[in-house]
Design a protein around this ligand. Structure first.
Ligand code: EPU
Length: 426
């Protein structure tokens, strides 16, 4: 029976491509989104260069505009943001539920304007994704937190947020970003214990320092923040996207290709390089921002665990699983970050993959012959997994719901075409 559910835009991919050539790596989604929220910490102008034109950035830009901020794309990947005009601290539900990162306006609004209110954010359905780390951090700094219907309302104490020594139950990426932004404008010193160390968190902290903040311990699990009275504007270059780079690296390895990643943040991708080499691919670091990935098509199964940085990124779990369907032998995968990151498994099985999941683990047996099928992009990285599988499948694959891929990959079809893939969007 045919489903009548709306399926959105789709990709039609012809299998059998061998990816070859150079691909430019775009700005990092998860750095850009946090940096956009950080612009609310100052009344001054913030210029962000190298912002990827992805739908998550566009929906967050809409949210900032709705709050009253000045938001202007002054060039294709350059955003000019002015937080001085923000007058509103209640985020509109329809814009918050589109995008997980939108909850990161809470810390800046709370710290600069004393109050913020939001429904829980949207984003991928990859797990329960609670907010206790974010809200707990605000609470440590003296904020009151209450629910009004679905909304969280957070309010700073009289005189503003107070620096505190605070412990995070889990080194949450967006939780750390939210709390460090609030601490940057709190009165006094904060120590954030068990902070996330992801490169996108580090780059946000450097941005806060460029705006006049005082943060030390960047890149460690203990962030020391001396709050300042005000932050000023800055011009920031968004770091390159290690997940986009990783996705193309995996694509090169699994199609027996040879691809140069131009502008990739090679120094923060060790975990992936190690796994690709273990699997039999050749990884050549050609410079601080350039890596070349090649393979003769004979890959071996490898085990991996998705972990917080510097472990293997959870966002590369599904793409790597797709690659392992083409590796000889058994691979065992453990997902240690999210509790529902296995959505891609059923889609890969439709294409002939021998993969089973149990809880947060999966077993892949290869090498399986994949066949073109009608599949769905169920979240941004699950979508990447089926797209990669489509590259090596026999025949044509139709991927529905590719709006999920639009959330995180800039010019994806164009870049794949540049490497020799026959892919069309309908
Ligand atoms: N968690 C808590 N409490 C919290 C927050 C998180 O227990 O208050 C738990 C979550 O349930 C999860 C774990 O912490 O099990 C990790 O979640 P985290 O908060 O670190 O993830 P996030 O900030 O929601 C960001 C990225 C994700 C990326 C993760 C992990 C953004 C906008 N999103 O999410 O990116 O997977 O960090 O690195 O920065 C993607 O790009 O596809 C994506 C989902």
């Amino acid at each position: 029976m045919k489903s009548t559910l709306p399926r959105g835009p789709r990709y039609i991919v012809q299998g059998g491509a061998v990816l070859r050539g150079d691909v430019p790596i775009s700005g990092a989604k998860n750095h850009a989104l946090a940096a956009m929220c950080a612009s609310l910490l100052t009344e001054d102008e913030v210029i962000l260069n190298n912002v990827p034109e992805i739908s998550d950035a566009r929906s967050l830009a809409q949210l900032l505009t709705n709050l009253g901020a000045g938001v202007e794309w002054t060039a294709p990947n350059t955003l000019r943001l002015v937080g001085g005009t923000v007058g509103k601290v209640e985020t509109p539900s329809e814009l918050i539920t589109e995008n997980r990162a939108s909850f990161q306006v809470m810390g800046p609004l709370l710290a600069r304007l004393g109050r913020a209110s939001s429904v829980p954010p949207g984003g991928d359905v990859i797990g329960q994704r609670p907010l206790d780390v974010h809200l707990g951090g605000f609470h440590y700094m003296g904020a009151s937190i209450r629910r009004e219907g679905e909304r969280y309302v957070v309010e700073a104490p009289e005189g503003g947020l107070r620096g505190a020594r605070l412990f995070m139950d889990y080194p949450s990426v967006s939780g750390t970003q939210n709390v460090v932004m609030a601490a940057a404008l709190a009165r006094g010193h904060s120590t954030i214990v068990n902070a996330a160390t992801e490169p996108e968190v580090q780059h946000l902290c450097h941005m806060l320092n460029a705006m006049g903040g005082h943060i030390e311990g960047i890149g460690t699990q203990m962030l020391e923040v001396d709050g300042v009275e005000r932050l000023h504007g800055a011009t920031i270059d968004i770091m390159p996207d290690r997940i986009e780079a990783g996705t193309f690296a995996v694509a090169a390895a699994m199609t027996a290709g040879d691809v140069r990643l131009n502008g990739a943040p090679v120094e923060v991708m060790d975990a992936l390089w190690a796994k690709l080499r273990d699997a039999g691919a050749t990884v050549t670091i050609e410079g601080p921002a350039c890596a070349r990935i090649a393979s003769d098509g004979h890959l071996r199964g490898v085990n991996f665990q998705a972990l917080p940085y510097p472990g293997l990124a959870t966002d590369l779990h599904a793409p790597l699983a797709a690659m392992l369907t083409q590796a000889h032998g058994v691979s065992i995968i453990h997902e240690r970050v999210f509790d529902n990151r296995m959505l891609y498994v059923g889609e890969l099985r439709k294409m002939g993959a021998e993969i089973v999941s149990t809880g947060s683990s999966a077993i892949v047996v290869g090498k399986a012959q994949l066949n073109g099928a009608h599949v769905r992009a169920l979240d941004v990285r699950a979508g990447a997994a089926v797209l990669l599988a489509a590259l090596v499948a026999h025949g044509e694959t139709t991927i529905d719901d590719v709006s999920h891929l639009d959330r995180g990959y800039e010019k994806l079809a164009e870049k794949l075409r540049g490497l020799g893939t026959a892919i069309e969007r309908q």
